[in-house]
Design a protein around this ligand. Sequence first.
Ligand code: SAH
Length: 467
Amino acid sequence: MIRKNDEFTLEITDLGTNGEGIGRLNQGDENDGYTVFVKDALIGDKIRTKIIKPKKNYGYGRLMEIITPSPYRVAPPCPVARACGGCQIMHLDYKEQLRFKENKVRNLLERVGGLRDFTMLPILGMEEPYYYRNKAQFPVGKNKDGRIVMGFYAGHTHAIVDTEHCYIQHPLNETLIRIIKNWMEKYKIQPYDEQTGKGLVRHVLTRIGSTTGQVMVCLVINGGSLPHGDALVDALTAVDGMTSISININREKTNVILGSLVKTLWGQPYITDYIGNIAYQISPLSFYQVNPGQTRVLYEKALEFADPKPGEVVWDLYCGIGTISLFLAQKASKVYGVEIVPQAIEDAKNNARLNHMDNVEFFVGKAEEVLPREYEKNGVYADVIVVDPPRKGCDASLLECMVQMAPKRIVYVSCDPATLARDLKYLSEHGYKVDVVQCVDMFGHSVHTETVVSLSRKKLDRIISIN
Ligand code: SAH
């Protein structure tokens, strides 16, 4: 029987989906085979662990000592790597991180998706896996000494790890964070307190256009206006590239970060960035991929897999500000984009104009409502459908409608391999073959990975023989 605070020596033989080390007790007694999950332990480590949460057949342990380090263990450059929830596997050699991600996707596709016969291309990693994020969305709070802190949450909690110099953020973020902290301290502006619902500043959102150098700062506040806002604007406009300063109003007692109203305090309500030759306007409420270099790699793959030919019609579902739509519109005759956030569709329409593309049309709404409506009422057609859903994947009713529309090809861009595997299972049981799977590392040092998959419609005789 395993009890809390029991200590064991453990060989780590596997990594879990959240990057935690997994080992089985093997001491020649009745506990043998008991599985222990240990955060910050790596495959190949021999460790001493203390059980902090015992369950019947498995438990969670704390890493107490590394007896023999894994050959893949490296010293993370970041001093708060272990405490901070932003990165989970910075202590793993980057090449091994890539292998871990690729294996994770392959295993899920095989085990959850029941898929066998597909080509898995080698994961595309970053050349330099540091300082790659163009966006920070830092919660704001106070530490025990009453000083303002901003950074990522610690893993699985809402304790903020104060991170001025973050090794995965664009270096300019540090300057912006410091200016906002100084301003809050000077004018005694209170951070929002989740417990009491009091205080003003909830989150700081920064975005930097990697190709244009344009900078956006948006303060998410629990109030209608910003006291001493002029002083903040004065300090921020001294930063090279400052383009847009705004507040976002969020007075709800909620974990949702952004409210729906944005007020521009200074400059434009958006910044502009390029991916490849295409310019994109991005406003604070719109989704935009956080790793610009790898986004280009991802979109080029999505375009290659979609392979739109002249005369073909493509649907881009979950289109955000029309990023993938405009990539596709370079080749397709007509592209339709669907997105739930109205401001993102405003950006998407502006982006089509900005790039002189008149073969793109956008719809605001849920993909699972817009596509069936347009298909049933207006008889729309698709040669290719591209989907890029959030982590929860596609709604079952959307997948049903896609299958009914019977496009020749489907391209699935995914940020969560578990829901990807679930959705690919459905598509592969309903007339589609998964051809090629390509992982792209957008989030170095975290356990997350982006995957792009090409599917093609099975030949009719094969579908009939399956049914
Ligand atoms: N393809 C875009 C955005 C991908 S992120 C890009 O690469 O930039 C996923 C997008 O789906 C977000 O913009 C989110 O607002 C949107 N979204 C979430 N649920 C949706 C739904 N049910 N229908 C349509 N869009 C949705």
